[in-house]
Design a protein around this ligand. Sequence first.
Ligand SMILES: [Zn+2]
Length: 220
Amino acid sequence: MDNYEKAIRILTGTLNSQTSTTTTASTNVTTGKTIPVGISNRHIHLSQQDLNKLFGTGHQLTKLKDLSQPGQFACKETVILCGPKGAIEKVRILGPVRSHTQIEILASDTFKLGVKAPVRLSGQLDGTPGITVIGPNGSIETEDGLIIAQRHIHMLPSQAAAFNVQDGENVTIEFTGLRGGVLNNVIIRAKENSGLECHIDTEEANALGVKPGTPITIKK
Ligand SMILES: [Zn+2]
């Protein structure tokens, strides 16, 4: 029993010292300029034309919740993605409608679907493949628009100046924590009407043990 108690005390002591190390690390982070993380699952942005085909003419998207970027929202509506090897159900639509349909999937989804998808920034769709999308009212075969999202950081131009970065710049970010690490090739998206947030996908977040809101720092 004595040995057991001793072991507990050693373990508790270890835990305490680990906790204080973590606290110190996060204190250091918060004293610098940090950015919260937003984690994206697979999703789709639809044009009104494609929304009409999938949900019926004139369909209006139903807002489920607002997203961090002003005016952007997750919708109640979902679709099915279908590739030669399989389908993925309940893929969330993000609103509002856009001029061009864009489908953002996870790297592992390319194996489930049996398709290839390049890593791209939102809107950079030249030469990207298409995919079959199924809704309650019909299906579409997109000509292009299937991508794995390139990780990026949204910020205002004034915040970019404060972080000493520019729109389009490729930076490295660092995560603290048990699975922490460094990610290269994170693109700065500095535009008016932006909310400060670093966007990575669920696979990147899981690999690094990151939760929504976890602060990151930019390393240059
Ligand atoms: Zn984003």
